[in-house]
Design a protein around this ligand. Structure first.
Ligand code: ATP
Length: 199
């Protein structure tokens, strides 16, 4: 799976409809300071379901909507679509190409789409679950995060590696299963007590 295209309109500095095409392999985005390189990454993060305006470097979510410039009026909504290649079926959906969109109006109303069909935010989270792409996954590593990883204690770093390797998910499930096992043992002990009283 790889990101084929980002289509942005009214998102941050993308006042005009902007399509950014990617090919398989490594792509680099270069440009002067403040030209909008990080806004491209913010756009990806936003569509994947980011709900924190702070993570998107704003005060409130509506700050992602183009706020106007000397030559252009502010816009009323922001929309970003990610087009992903799914020919290897890493996303659990029967399409070779998957498009995921998010739109936000100034009044706070949101719309989410998968291949043009209206969906809920949780459907987008569900689509990417276990694909290694979700908003919490390590497919996006922001500025400062590398320093954070390098400066973290070995135990904290281990958690990061476990999460990236997909081990954390199994550890969490194991803990849940162990808790369930313990409560089942507890119930069994109670049943044995009752049987003992009746005999
Ligand atoms: P650096 O190299 O300094 O990190 P960058 O190329 O990553 O910079 P960004 O931080 O992505 O740049 O872009 C910042 C630009 O986006 C600023 O010029 C800012 O005014 C513009 N911008 C952010 N939000 C909006 C918005 N809602 N409307 C219009 N422009 C916006």
């Amino acid at each position: 799976m790889f990101l084929k295209r980002i289509e942005a309109y009214g998102f941050k500095s993308f006042a005009n409809r902007t399509d950014i095409e990617f090919n398989a392999g490594i792509s680099a985005i270069v440009g002067p300071n403040g030209s909008g390189k990080s806004n491209v990454v913010d756009a990806v993060r936003w569509v994947l379901g980011e709900q924190s305006a702070k993570t998107l470097r704003g005060g409130k979510m509506q700050d992602v909507i183009f706020k106007g410039s000397e030559t252009k009026k502010p816009l009323n909504f922001a929309e970003v679509t990610l087009v992903l290649d799914n020919s290897e079926k890493q996303l659990p959906i029967e399409f070779q190409e998957v498009s995921v969109s998010r739109r936000l109006y100034r009044n706070g109303e949101s719309e989410y789409k998968i291949n043009g069909e209206n969906v809920r935010l949780q459907d987008i989270a569900g689509l990417f679950m276990d694909s290694g792409v979700g908003k919490e996954a390590f497919s996006i590593i922001g500025q400062g995060r590398i320093d954070e990883i390098l400066n973290s204690k070995p135990v904290e770093r281990r958690v990061i590696f476990e999460e990236a390797a997909g081990v954390l998910k199994y550890k969490t499930r194991k803990e849940k299963a162990l808790r369930k096992l313990e409560s089942t043992h507890e119930n069994l002990r109670r049943v044995e007590d009752i049987i003992g009283e009746l005999e």
